[in-house]
Design a protein around this ligand. Structure first.
Ligand SMILES: [Zn+2]
Length: 242
């Protein structure tokens, strides 16, 4: 066994015998534990263990505080990281949405051009047909009005001249036939005018419906894009805490 180094108790000053191979020694009088320090200089020193324990407790407390600070800093960093990842994701979605919106607009524009072109072609054909129908209507009008004018002429002729009974009857038959032709032509004229008007209204309605549908499709595309981008923009605008 190595020789003991004589030192005094830090508490009661009683002499302590310290064996060279021990790190702790307890005072035989007051039971105060001591830590034995053997620095490079070779001079053996004693520290009251309580002080060392107190120091350790203080150190531990400091470490705990530091760990808490690190924890809260780490938490903050993780939160920032999370927000940034969320923003990145939102940005990507926004880009994709803009591409999709552009494609939708192009597609709709193509469809609209096609719809308007086919409406225009249809309108041209309709105009041609209605022009033909109007010509027929005009002809029917002539056939409706003409016979009545002629029958008035015949009546005047019969009144003004001396014609035989047979001739009178023959002329009366002619008047009846002419009036029948006039009435039928008048009815056909009325029907023709009605048909022209119906076709015209029908096409106008179809045209208006097509325009309304295109407007609705365009509005839907815009509002859907705005709604989706607003949500993503909100994420992008969320401030990152510092
Ligand atoms: Zn002592």
């Amino acid at each position: 066994m190595a020789p003991a180094t004589p030192l005094n108790c830090q508490n009661c000053a009683a002499p302590l015998a310290i064996p060279s191979d021990q790190s702790f020694v307890e005072c035989a009088f007051c039971n105060t534990p001591h830590r034995v320090e053997r620095p490079e200089t070779g001079v053996v020193q004693l520290t009251m263990l309580q002080a060392a324990v107190d120091q350790i407790a203080t150190d531990v407390k400091q470490v705990a505080t530091d760990v808490q600070t690190v924890d809260s800093t780490t938490g903050k960093l993780l939160e920032i990281q999370r927000l940034m990842a969320q923003k990145d994701n939102a940005k990507r979605q926004l880009d994709a949405l803009e591409d999709e919106y552009g494609a939708t607009c192009d597609k709709l524009a193509g469809e609209f051009v096609h719809t308007r072109a086919s409406l225009h072609a249809e309108k041209k054909i309709l105009r041609k047909n209605l022009f033909q129908a109007a010509k027929i209507a005009l002809m029917l009008l002539v056939f409706a009005v003409g016979p009545f004018v002629v029958t008035i002429g015949i009546a005047d002729f019969v009144r003004a001249s001396e014609v035989g009974t047979n001739a009178r009857h023959a002329l009366a038959s002619v008047v009846i036939v002419l009036r029948l032709v006039g009435i039928v032509s008048g009815l056909l004229f009325a029907y023709q005018v009605f048909a022209i008007r119906s076709k015209h209204v029908e096409f106008r309605t179809k045209e208006a419906d097509a325009e309304a549908k295109m407007q609705r499709q365009a509005d839907d595309a815009v509002s859907s894009f705005r709604r989706k981008t607003a949500e993503l923009q909100r994420i992008l605008d969320t401030p990152i805490p510092t």
